[in-house]
Design a protein around this ligand. Structure first.
Ligand code: C2E
Ligand code: CA
Ligand code: CA
Length: 657
């Protein structure tokens, strides 16, 4: 029951309780008035009336009313503050009031039989004045006031009228009139009080309804409809609140750390595309429920949009990391939808306050950096932002910025690295390797260029420019020499790029047999089926295919078997491992595996004579590496080949000069 500290009714107190609380402030006065006036009357009649009337009866009645008075002075009990309790108290006050009225008026009129005209006058004044005083105190209980008014004034007025004394008769008429007017005014005052409380309560109800509506609106404005999780607005509001709470006047005091995380579903776009958006929404709904159930204690999870979720952890990173990893594992549990099961992966990046930043913007950005890093290097993982990461990402951003304004036709070049047949030690093919000399950044490593081009979605343009150059170079190379050209995953996935590549080969009139396309294992795992289809088309056209960097990716032996491949290019890390017995066994095992799948084997990264001998003995058909020839411009390559007495075509002789 809302009450103010001094037990006064507040705006939310129900009417009956408000009435009682107002009444209890006046009732002690009423009892005090009665006790004093009654004592005075007993005093003026002492010696005139019998002792039982002037001493015994007051000694019984006065303590009784004083006891009631002290009861009302006590603080209200919780029970009194309920509607039922207050009603009971008011009813009891009405009954007791009526009892005291009858008792005192009978006693006073009894005393009127003794004494002279002054004492008679005192009796009439005592009853008349006291009843008016009591009615005043009963303003808030019109029922009790009416009962007391009637029970006291009627006998008094009758007594006055029957007295035969004209003064008493007119006093009786006066008292009857004043009491009647008093009761009418009192009733009116109570109605005003009643209306005041009722309108105040109505106002409170209205205010409560408005508050509820605004709470609901606020909840809606802060909730993501699809998942039921808090939304982006809530997330940033909560993040700001955490920062605000840590805003310390004393900068020397250590700040309590907290963590900001970003979760991103892996492969969600592919699932959305494959199964449709309705299914995608249901998946998000299920994930939302899981995250909602897990978001307890110091953990808050919100949906930021798409398949991205924000996490706030009010604690240090060593506690945040396991909690966020648990969220990722939760997402990883397969979801059954329409009779099929979908397993989603999830990567997470975390930024720690205050190391990573002290503003919402900085912290969120850095958790996003960490996520970006995880996605690029350790998909499905969870990493805490570090300044090394930021430096790395800044470099990548600079490369992207330079690439966006680059004139690719002018700035891109190709170098060619010979690949030798270990049986004849002649150049069997050359691998075209991209070189980018940026006017802004200088020479940029090809792996960096390709990764940036993939991120910016310009890799297809880069590939086509380079391939055209490579084809031109191929025309100046002797017939048995083939061209190895690297394709990125995005090239394989782009039907228009694949068509353009085929068109270019047809246009140059070069035999497709002289072209080998290299693809890395990692490029195949994104969408194995699409990659296989693209490779099959190329092979049907007549070109050969090679799996590059074998041993560094994730492709299983089974998928190796299923892929339309001609050559396996073993990653150069295996060459380095050949110094040990187990390394040599591994190299031999890969060769045997390739042989069983009817694949030729190329060993990359040959740098020493010993390595070349080992690889040759292990049965590797082709070898490539700095020992045999570094990547070089086509002119330099042709020169080297001429020095090695390789028969060059007519065009090449002009080219080399
Ligand atoms: P990759 O396809 O594995 O190319 C071989 C890389 O190994 C080349 O690095 C080459 O210079 C280097 N290399 C060759 N022999 C040796 C050796 O004996 N020792 C050592 N330590 N390294 C050796 P590069 O030119 O820096 O290219 C790096 C990667 O960039 C390539 O690896 C390839 O994945 C990618 N790349 C290059 N050009 C292109 C391109 O035109 N298109 C695409 N999609 N990727 C390309
Ligand atoms: Ca390659
Ligand atoms: Ca390679």
């Amino acid at each position: 029951m809302p009450l103010s500290k001094n037990h006064l009714p507040t705006s939310e107190t129900p009417l009956v309780v408000a009435t009682l609380l107002h009444f209890r402030r006046q009732v002690p006065w009423m009892y005090a008035l009665l006790a004093i006036n009654a004592t005075a009357l007993a005093y003026t009649h002492a010696g005139l009336a019998p002792r039982w009337m002037t001493h015994a009866l007051p000694a019984l009645l006065v303590p009784l009313i004083l006891w009631r008075m002290f009861r009302w002075l006590m603080p209200p009990t919780p029970e009194m503050l309920t509607e039922a309790g207050a009603t009971r108290m008011i009813n009891r006050a009405t009954v007791l009031g009526s009892f005291f009225a009858v008792a005192f008026v009978s006693w006073a009129l009894g005393l009127a039989a003794y004494g002279g005209p002054y004492e008679h006058g005192h009796v009439v004044v005592f009853i008349g004045i006291t009843v008016l005083g009591c009615l005043f105190c009963l303003t808030h209980l019109p029922g009790a006031a009416t009962a007391v008014g009637i029970l006291v004034s009627v006998p008094l007025v009758v007594y006055c009228l029957l007295s035969g004394n004209p003064v008493f008769v007119s006093v009786g008429v006066n008292i009857a009139l004043v009491t009647a007017v008093f009761l009418i005014v009192l009733k009116d005052a109570h109605r005003v009080f009643h209306n005041l409380i009722a309108s105040r309560n109505a106002l409170v109800t209205e205010r409560q309804q408005a508050q509820r509506l605004s709470d609901e609106n606020r909840l809606l404005a802060h909730t993501d409809v699809l998942t039921g999780l808090p939304n982006r607005r809530y997330f940033f509001g909560a993040l700001e609140a955490m920062l605000e709470a840590r805003h310390q006047p004393d900068p020397a005091a250590p700040a309590t750390p907290f963590c900001v995380g970003v979760l991103d579903l892996d492969r969600f776009k592919a699932i959305n595309d494959t199964y449709g958006h309705v299914c995608g929404d249901r998946l998000l709904g299920e994930i939302g429920q899981r995250l909602n159930a897990a978001a307890q204690g110091p953990l808050t999870v919100a949906r930021l949009g798409g398949d991205e979720f924000g996490v706030l952890f009010d604690g240090p990173p060593d506690l945040a990391q396991p909690a966020i990893r648990a969220l990722c594992s939760n997402i990883h549990v397969p979801i059954a939808i329409d009779g099929f099961e979908v397993t989603l992966g999830c990567s997470a990046g975390i930024a720690v306050y205050p190391e990573a930043g002290t503003t919402a913007h900085a912290l969120f950005d850095r958790s996003d950096y960490a996520l970006y890093h995880v996605k690029a290097h350790q998909r499905g993982g969870c990493a805490v932002f570090s300044h090394e990461q930021e430096a790395l990402i800044r470099v990548e951003q600079r490369v992207e910025a330079a690439l966006q304004v680059a004139c690719l036709e002018r700035e891109l070049e190709l170098h060619y690295q010979p690949i030798f047949d270990t049986r004849t030690m002649t150049v069997t093919s050359v691998e075209a390797l991209a070189r980018w000399k940026s006017p802004v950044l200088g020479e940029v490593a090809p792996a960096t260029l390709i990764a940036a081009a993939e991120r910016l979605g310009v890799i297809n343009a880069v590939t086509l420019i380079l391939f055209e150059r490579a084809l031109t170079s191929l025309t100046v190379l002797p017939d048995p020499v083939s061209l190895s050209f690297n394709l990125s995953a995005q090239d394989l996935m782009s039907p228009s790029t694949m068509r353009e590549i085929v068109r270019m080969i047809v246009a140059t009139n070069i035999s497709p047999k002289r072209i080998i396309f290299e693809v890395t294992e990692t490029s195949l795992v994104t969408d194995m089926a699409a990659a296989r289809e693209a490779l099959e088309r190329l092979r049907d056209f007549g070109v050969r295919t090679a799996l590059d960097d074998f041993g560094t990716g994730y492709s299983s032996l089974c998928s190796l078997h299923e892929l339309p491949l001609d050559i396996l290019k073993v990653d150069r890390t295996f060459v380095n491992g050949m110094a040990t017995g187990s390394g040599r066994s591994m190299v031999a095992a890969i060769r045997n595996l390739a042989q069983s799948l009817s694949l030729d084997c190329t060993m990359e990264g040959i740098e020493t004579e010993n390595q070349l001998i080992e690889v040759t003995l292990a049965g590797y058909r082709y070898a490539q590496g700095y020992l045999l020839g570094r990547p070089m411009p086509i002119d330099a390559l042709l020169m080297t080949m001429r020095e090695q007495h390789v028969h060059l075509p007519e065009a090449a002789r002009h080219s080399v000069g």
